[in-house]
Design a binder for this molecule. Structure first.
Ligand SMILES: C[S@@+](CC[C@H](N)C(=O)[O-])C[C@H]1O[C@@H](n2cnc3c(N)ncnc32)[C@H](O)[C@@H]1O
Length: 257
C-alpha cells in the first residue's frame, strides 16, 4: 500500500515548467502552436506569461535577426530566468508586466501567444481585449490552455478517480478555460481560425505524478476530507505498480485580430 504522508509542497515552478516542456506531448504542442501562429521573419511576437522563457528561442528563430520577441511575465524570478537564458539573443527582450495591462502600444505587434497562463488569471476576458488592442489588424493570437474538468485517471475504483479529478480541477482558478477560448476570442472581436483539441496522455507513473500531482493532490484531498485515506492509498498503489493511463483535453486555438 502507498504511503500518503502529509501533503507535499508544490514543486519548484521552473523545474515543473522545464519538465512539462520536455515531455513528448509538451514538445509536440509547443511546436504545433508556433506552426499555427505562422510566424514570419521580421515580425514582432509576444509571449504572454513567458515563464522561464521556454518558448522564446523558437520564436526568435522564427522571426530572425530583423524581428523582435517580447516575453512578459509578472514574476520577477521568471523575468530574471528568461532574461538570463536569452542574454545572447539580441532580438529577445523580457519585460516585467501584468498581462491584464499589456506594456505594449496599440496595433504594435504581429503575433501573440499565451500558453497555460489564462487558466490562472483573475480576468481572462481582459487579456483577450488587451491582445486585440496590441495586435495589428490581421495579427494572430495563439492560445494553448487545458480543460481540467476533462481530467481522467484510469483505475478500477472509478469513484476515487473522479474525486481526485474533481479535487485537482478545483485547485485551478479557471479549470475549464480550454473550452472557453473560442467564446472569449469571439466576444473580444477576434475571428477564430483554428481549434485543435489534443488528448494529453501519460502512460508512466512518474510523468503523470509530476504533471498531475498524483501523490500530492491525493494527500491534499485526503487532508481536505474529500477522499478516504484507505481508498487514496490503494488507488495510488495500483497506479504506482501500473499500468497508467491518465490525461485531459488541451486546446490549441488561433484567432485573427
Ligand atoms: C504555467 S506558467 C506557463 C509559462 C510559460 N508560458 C510556459 O509555457 O512554460 C504561467 C506563467 O504565467 C505567469 N503569470 C501569471 N499571472 C500573470 C499575470 N497576471 N501577468 C503576467 N504573467 C503572469 C506566471 O508567473 C508563470 O510564469
Amino acid at each position: 500500500m502507498s504511503r500518503l504522508g502529509s501533503p507535499t509542497a508544490a514543486p519548484d515552478q521552473i523545474t515543473y515548467l522545464d519538465t512539462a516542456a520536455a515531455t513528448p506531448v509538451g514538445l509536440d504542442y509547443k511546436r504545433r502552436l508556433v506552426e499555427a501562429l505562422d510566424v514570419r521573419t521580421g515580425q514582432t511576437v509576444v509571449d504572454l506569461g513567458c515563464g522561464p522563457g521556454t518558448d522564446l528561442a523558437a520564436l526568435a528563430d522564427a522571426v530572425g535577426p530583423d524581428g523582435t520577441v517580447f516575453g512578459v511575465d509578472l514574476e520577477p524570478r521568471m523575468v530574471a530566468e528568461a532574461s538570463r537564458r536569452h542574454a545572447d539573443r539580441p532580438n529577445v527582450e523580457v519585460r516585467a508586466g501584468d498581462v491584464h495591462e499589456l506594456p505594449l502600444a496599440d496595433a504594435s505587434v504581429d503575433r501573440i501567444r499565451v500558453d497555460r497562463v489564462l487558466q490562472h488569471l483573475s480576468d481572462p476576458a481582459r487579456v483577450f481585449a488587451e491582445a486585440r488592442r496590441a495586435l495589428r489588424p490581421g495579427g494572430f493570437f495563439g492560445m494553448a490552455e487545458p480543460d481540467w474538468d476533462t481530467l481522467a485517471v484510469a483505475d478500477e475504483d472509478v469513484a476515487t478517480s473522479r474525486r481526485f479529478a474533481r479535487f485537482t480541477a478545483g485547485r485551478v482558478r479557471n479549470a475549464t478555460i480550454g473550452r472557453q477560448l473560442v467564446g472569449l476570442a469571439t466576444r473580444a472581436g477576434f475571428r477564430v481560425r483554428s481549434v485543435d483539441p489534443m488528448a494529453v496522455l501519460f502512460r508512466d507513473f512518474d510523468t503523470a505524478d509530476q504533471i498531475l500531482g498524483l501523490r500530492r493532490n491525493t494527500a491534499r484531498a485526503v487532508q481536505a476530507g474529500e477522499l478516504a485515506e484507505t481508498d487514496g492509498r490503494a488507488w495510488l498503489h495500483r497506479l504506482e505498480t501500473g499500468p497508467v493511463l491518465a490525461g485531459f483535453t488541451f486546446y490549441l486555438v488561433t484567432a485573427e485580430a
